[in-house]
Design a protein around this ligand. Structure first.
Ligand code: FEO
Length: 134
């Protein structure tokens, strides 16, 4: 069983964003697999960088559509993305300095992603589904 399983309950109703969330989940699962199989610190750091890079692309994509469709909670949503980026940069530093266990890092990424999708992203579901129909 994968570390994080995507299921319909995580759908935000916008297929392109669902696909990006699935990809982030696959990447976090790869990080989990690398950690479990005792891969080196460098590989973990490389996967962590890839997760961060892809998350940044995904955030930019969501934010672009929020601006395009004038999503009213764009500012608050962007602030949540910015906060995550800051947190990951800090976690990365702690990981590099061996102040953070890989297991704790994974749990933080998992909690953040699932909670962000459920509590923040899903707020735009109805808005985008309606806006994109027009
Ligand atoms: Fe799907 Fe707001 O990140």
């Amino acid at each position: 069983m994968a570390f994080i399983e995507w299921d319909k309950k995580l759908s935000v109703g916008v297929s392109e964003f669902d696909e990006e969330h699935k990809k982030l989940i696959v990447m976090i699962n790869s990080l989990h697999d690398a950690m479990k199989s005792g891969k080196g610190k460098e590989l973990l750091a490389k996967i962590l960088d890839e997760v961060t890079e892809y998350a940044l692309k995904h955030f930019a994509h969501e934010e672009k559509l929020m601006v395009q469709y004038r999503y009213p909670e764009h500012k608050e949503h962007k602030a949540a993305h910015d906060h995550f980026v800051k947190t990951v940069v800090e976690l990365r530093k702690q990981h590099d300095q061996q102040l953070l266990q890989a297991g704790k890092l994974l749990k933080l990424l998992q909690d953040w992603l699932v909670s962000h999708i459920n509590n923040i992203d899903k707020k735009y579901s109805l808005f985008f589904m309606e806006a994109m129909k027009k």
